[in-house]
Ligand binder design. Structure first.
Ligand SMILES: [Zn+2]
Length: 108
């Protein structure tokens, strides 16, 4: 049984150590310089875990969901993009640079 020599493995390791590229929890794009932490289950409802999001994504979540709605989404495993406004936002922001930010339009 012949084994291939993985002579490029050091390259992979080094890249992984330098950039732990965690994608945004909401839109899935790479994060920029400013990273916001978001509670999928609000702190007021006992949520302790946070996920990394873009500031603009966090504002979109805050503008479109109440604490109760966030809990319902987290418990049922329904993605927030199930919300039409959020789905439209994610599609729209997909082509923007990671640090893109603008005055938030709430869509309400
Ligand atoms: Zn994002």
């Amino acid at each position: 049984m012949a084994r291939k020599i993985r002579d490029a493995s050091w390259l992979v390791d080094e890249a992984a150590a330098e950039a732990p590229a965690e994608p945004c929890w909401l839109c899935g794009r790479p994060l920029g310089k400013t990273v916001d932490r978001f509670h999928p289950i609000p702190k007021s409802r006992g949520g302790r875990d946070t996920v990394p999001v873009h500031p603009i994504c966090r504002e979109t979540i805050d503008a479109n969901f109440t604490a109760s709605e966030l809990v319902r989404h987290a418990e049922s495993g329904t993605p927030l993009t199930d919300n039409e406004t959020v789905a439209r936002f994610v599609k729209w922001v997909a082509g923007k640079p990671a640090d893109f930010h603008s005055a938030t339009k709430t869509g309400r």
